[in-house]
Design a binder for this molecule. Structure first.
Ligand SMILES: Cc1cc2nc3c(=O)[nH]c(=O)nc-3n(C[C@H](O)[C@H](O)[C@H](O)COP(=O)(O)OP(=O)(O)OC[C@H]3O[C@@H](n4cnc5c(N)ncnc54)[C@H](O)[C@@H]3O)c2cc1C
Ligand SMILES: *[C@@H]1O[C@H](CO)[C@@H](O)[C@H](O)[C@H]1NC(C)=O
Ligand SMILES: *[C@@H]1O[C@H](CO)[C@@H](O)[C@H](O)[C@H]1NC(C)=O
Ligand SMILES: *[C@@H]1O[C@H](CO)[C@@H](O)[C@H](O)[C@H]1NC(C)=O
Ligand SMILES: *[C@@H]1O[C@H](CO)[C@@H](O)[C@H](O)[C@H]1NC(C)=O
Ligand SMILES: *[C@@H]1O[C@H](CO)[C@@H](O)[C@H](O)[C@H]1NC(C)=O
Ligand SMILES: *[C@@H]1O[C@H](CO)[C@@H](O)[C@H](O)[C@H]1NC(C)=O
Ligand SMILES: *[C@@H]1O[C@H](CO)[C@@H](O)[C@H](O)[C@H]1NC(C)=O
Ligand SMILES: *[C@@H]1O[C@H](CO)[C@@H](O)[C@H](O)[C@H]1NC(C)=O
Ligand SMILES: *[C@@H]1O[C@H](CO)[C@@H](O)[C@H](O)[C@H]1NC(C)=O
Length: 590
């Protein structure tokens, strides 16, 4: 520990870290690659591409540095990132399927992007999701078998900070300890609730049967939650892991934060449609800075940022652009279309007083003295409730039955028999037992558009929740499964029943009304610059992630996923970025 610290301080003091807080300080270098967005995917590329000393890489990130930002470092403070300078503060347009409500939609505005403020849940998703991506894109390189090396390069499994015995909580044979991003299991903080949750699963069996490891490619059943948190109790983001101090000390890696990219531009003096230049401008200023990469510009600005930049650059639907007085550079109506997200909602059950040991931290969010104590424990030992996001320790992944009337009527939109349609997070939060269903196999598609030609105006985000007939009855089944779970014998004297208006819902219509009034975003948007086969007449990128009909421009982030994974998507994004780095290195003979 001491040695590691000394090394970090040593490198810092000789000033090798090339990070800048303003574009004016960035030296005039011949960039091989410019990465727009130092987020989850962008940081992976920055790290992997600069492994080759021949490549000079510039990362341009709109948000500030992650260094020293407590709410990004301390897992238990992460909920506090919403509506701060580390959040883009997006909102959706009013959603018909949600009774006309608009939802806040967080995205990370910080180095590391959303991985610096997310809930840290580590889920790879079902193997069949990757096989579907391979099938839909026509590139077998995206199949579950093919991406195994990238899982290993990404994951660094570590024992949890309290060193409790984790045998039986995961399957070590499907994990890697040699990658970058730390992954661990929850500390043993609320053992009675954990034990009862697992016992409920055993009692009910079937859908809730215990699954030793939901990251084996076969997630179905109830298992322990894994998170991108290290043994030391700190968040492991793409910034802390891929942009560690040794990587930042590379002379060929330059990172500029607090710098907003307005557009990508046709590169002067090039043939055909070559786009490897970026424009940087401040709001209300007409002074623009133009930077050009000699090899590629890579958009890693996320599922909202990437289509936003493309549309302002004139890459999108010609008639939409014309209406905003934006000159069309490339007509492609797929840009921003097919936006897909997971809706989710909270179902709350009361707990009878003194019926179960809720552990010493149960009043944490209401009690400042307890918070001070938790912080002390975290600082001293990297353990306690601040070493986790919220005290939810289990997840169940469930499928509709094959003979379900929903599947009979609408077909099965999931990627295969081992994929969930519904996810339910389970645990105690603020003194109640919560079941949090997500619809992870939505059929609904929305879109992202822009409402003006000013790149500083937020995009118009329309996830289209519940606009397809499959979705509402399916999440209703999720709500019913949560109710079934709460009635397992083990909860007999513990769970008192539903809290809130769902308690009075008896008909499907009443349950649906509750769902539509209470669903929020799962914060998992994808699909706005989708991958499709090389010669497809839809989609935005080819299977190698290069933008169709353009030279010099690639997209590497969540926007390229044509289907939302039946998983929390940070791991799929890491995997895409790791493979993309190899595709780029191969092309340019690193
Ligand atoms: C609050 C929250 C909780 C979540 N919880 C989980 C979870 O528990 N588990 C999980 O797997 N997933 C979770 N997710 C989703 C997951 O984090 C994202 O799917 C993933 O990180 C997306 O990666 P990305 O590289 O596509 O985009 P991002 O990581 O968002 O990166 C985009 C980057 O581009 C920058 N950028 C955007 N526009 C510009 C511009 N014009 N100029 C310069 N820079 C720009 C942004 O500031 C950002 O740094 C959560 C997300 C959020 C926001
Ligand atoms: C988000 O909103 C908060 C509160 O209004 C503000 O302080 C913050 O700067 C905003 N974030 C960005 C990136 O503008
Ligand atoms: C968790 O802690 C409890 C005591 O609070 C203990 O009885 C139990 O054995 C521990 N579980 C593990 C797996 O270490
Ligand atoms: C900049 O322009 C926006 C409109 O795009 C305006 O709301 C804002 O007040 C302007 N800021 C300054 C400093 O002029
Ligand atoms: C949306 O995705 C589907 C495939 O899921 C595709 O057939 C369709 O063309 C896409 N739409 C657009 C506008 O890209
Ligand atoms: C840290 O752990 C040590 C060893 O278990 C323990 O003695 C100490 O009290 C802990 N510190 C805090 C602040 O909890
Ligand atoms: C589906 O099959 C199960 C048995 O496999 C049966 O119990 C159930 O009633 C069937 N449901 C429908 C809707 O047919
Ligand atoms: C936690 O519960 C208490 C009362 O039980 C309530 O007053 C408080 O608003 C809750 N806090 C949150 C963040 O849900
Ligand atoms: C349920 O309905 C009853 C009777 O109408 C009402 O008194 C009660 O407040 C309702 N409960 C909730 C949680 O809405
Ligand atoms: C849904 O919200 C509307 C508007 O706030 C309200 O009138 C209605 O009673 C709510 N319905 C349910 C079931 O919560």
């Amino acid at each position: 520990m001491f040695l590691k610290l000394a090394l970090v301080v040593g490198l810092g003091s000789v000033g090798l870290c090339v990070t800048y807080g303003t574009i004016q300080d960035v030296p005039d270098i011949k960039w091989d690659f410019i990465i727009v967005g130092g987020g989850t995917a962008g940081s992976v590329l920055a790290s992997r591409l600069t492994e080759s000393p021949n490549f000079n890489v510039l990362v341009v990130e709109a948000g500030p540095t992650n260094e020293g930002v407590d709410l990004s470092i301390i897992p238990g403070l992460a909920l506090g990132a919403a509506s701060t300078r580390y959040d883009w503060n997006f909102t959706t347009i009013p959603q018909q399927g949600l009774n006309g409500r608009s939802l806040p939609f967080q995205r990370g505005h910080i180095l590391g992007g959303s991985s610096s403020i997310n809930g840290m849940v580590y889920t790879r998703g079902p193997a069949s999701d990757y096989d579907r991506l391979a099938r839909v894109s026509g590139d077998d390189g995206w199949s579950w078998d093919s991406i195994q090396p990238y899982i290993k390069k990404n994951e660094k499994f570590e024992p949890p900070g309290d060193n409790h015995n984790i045998e039986g909580e995961f399957d070590p044979s499907v994990h890697s300890s040699t990658g970058k991003v730390a992954v661990t299991l929850p500390n043993n903080l609320s053992s009675a609730v954990d034990a009862a949750t697992l016992q409920a699963g055993n009692e009910l069996g079937g859908d809730f049967q215990f699954n030793l490891d939901m990251n084996s490619g076969k997630p179905l059943g109830l298992g322990w939650w894994q998170a991108t948190i290290g043994h030391d109790g700190t968040r492991s983001s793409s910034a802390t892991s891929y942009l560690d101090s040794q990587t930042k000390a590379r002379k060929n890696l330059h990172i500029v934060t607090d710098t907003f990219v307005t557009r990508v531009l046709k590169t002067p003096g090039t043939e055909g449609l070559t786009i490897r230049s970026i424009e940087i401008r401040s709001p209300n200023s007409s002074n623009t800075i133009l930077l050009t990469a000699s090899k590629e510009v890579i958009l890693s600005s996320g599922a909202f940022g990437t289509p936003h930049i493309l549309l302002h650059s004139g890459v999108g639907d010609q008639s939409d652009l014309k209406a905003l007085n934006i000159e069309t550079v490339l007509h492609n109506p797929s840009v921003g279309r097919n936006l897909t997200d997971h809706p989710m909602l909270f179902i709350t059950f009361g707990i009878a007083p003194n019926s179960i040991d809720l552990g010493p931290w149960v009043n944490l969010i209401n009690d400042p003295a307890l918070q001070a104590q938790a912080l002390e424990v975290w600082k001293a030992n990297g353990t306690g409730p601040y070493a986790e996001y919220v005290s939810i320790h289990h997840i169940a992944w469930l499928r509709l039955a094959d003979n379900s009337s929903i599947i009979k009527k609408f077909g099965d939109p999931s990627s295969g028999q081992e994929s969930g349609h519904i996810e339910i997070m389970l645990g105690v939060f603020n003194g109640t037992y919560d079941a949090i269903p997500y619809l992870v196999s939505p059929v609904s598609r929305g879109l992202l558009t822009i409402g003006s030609n000013n790149p500083f105006d937020n995009p118009l985000i329309n996830p289209g929740y519940y606009n397809s007939a499959f979705d509402l009855p399916t999440i209703r089944e999720g709500v019913k499964s949560a109710l079934k779970f709460s009635k397992a014998p083990v909860w007999g004297n513990v769970i008192t029943g539903l809290v809130g208006p769902l308690a009075n819902a008896t008909t499907d219509e009443e349950i649906d009304a509750f769902i539509q009034n209470n669903s929020v975003s799962g914060l998992h948007p994808v699909g706005t610059a989708a991958m499709s086969p090389k010669n497809a007449d839809w989609g935005v990128v080819d299977p190698d992630l290069s933008v169709k009909h353009v030279s010099g421009l690639r997209i590497v982030d969540a926007s390229v996923l044509p289907y939302v994974p039946a998983a929390h998507p940070q791991v799929p994004v890491y995997i895409i970025a790791e493979r993309a780095a190899d595709l780029i290195k191969n092309k340019w003979h690193a």
